[in-house]
Design a protein around this ligand. Structure first.
Ligand SMILES: N[C@@H](CCC(=O)N[C@@H](CS)C(=O)NCC(=O)O)C(=O)O
Length: 228
């Protein structure tokens, strides 16, 4: 199964994590995130909105990260990521949908995109407002971490995957050296959101995690480490 993606896409990271956790073999089909690639006729057949991730096998293709995770769960029910009984399944879906409908829909256009696209310094007020909304949501999420340290229940689920792969890019991009002067408040993440920090470390400690860490991020990290 191919995963059409580009390195650093949080939505595609979800599919890699789901595959690694479930032991599903996959082939990351990396592309450059250009309009020529994403909006090409061939790619639009796999992903009608021209967005990654999309999966492709000889018989089937699918886009939308939550739909892909649900498909993988139905196809490979072992090591469930969407719960083992109806009430748990409902809670996991609630967490995933709430996050994508109301939270990541703010993170991406109002915080991550202006930073990644180098617009943040010219759009300081809008970015600060995006950060403020993100902090309100993160505070609620911090309070909602379950007693086990996972988002729902007592083991890693699709809820953890869905949230982690968007929260981690926010922390990474909003703490870039050139962004710190905007005072967006993510450099104190661990003390501001102690339960989320423990949760982050739980995700990062999963044996399957390292294989999914974005290769592009790793290269940048290594270059920075070598330069310092
Ligand atoms: N709702 C979609 C969102 C996918 C998405 O926004 N992907 C981004 C990369 S992280 C993308 O392909 N952006 C390119 C574009 O919109 O042109 C999902 O969950 O898969």
């Amino acid at each position: 199964m191919k995963i059409h993606m580009f390195s650093g896409s949080g939505f595609a990271w979800r599919i890699q994590l789901a595959c690694e956790l479930k032991g599903i073999p996959y082939d990351p089909a990396y592309m450059q995130p250009t309009p020529e690639n994403l909006k090409s006729e061939a790619f639009l057949k796999l992903s009608p909105r021209g967005k990654v991730p999309a999966i492709e096998t000889d018989e089937y293709s699918l886009s939308e990260s939550l739909a892909i995770m649900a498909y993988l769960e139905a196809k490979h029910p072992e090591r469930p990521l969407f719960g083992s009984w109806p009430e748990e399944t409902g809670r996991i879906w609630q967490k995933c949908l709430d996050f994508d409908l109301y939270v990541s829909s703010n993170f991406i256009p109002n915080l991550i995109a202006p930073i990644v696209q180098g617009r943040a310094a010219n759009e300081v007020d809008a970015v600060r407002k995006g950060a403020e909304t993100a902090h309100e949501e993160l505070a609620k999420l911090n309070d909602s971490v379950s007693a086990s340290g996972w988002m729902v229940g007592d083991k890693v689920t699709a809820a953890d995957i869905t949230l982690y792969t968007m929260i981690e890019p926010v922390i990474r991009f909003a703490t870039k050296p050139e962004i710190l002067s905007l005072g967006l408040g993510f450099d104190g993440f661990a003390s501001r959101y102690p339960k989320l920090q423990v949760w982050r470390e739980k995700v990062q400690s999963l044996p399957e995690y390292d294989a999914t860490y974005p290769t592009y991020w790793r290269e940048v990290d290594e270059q920075l480490a070598a330069a310092s």
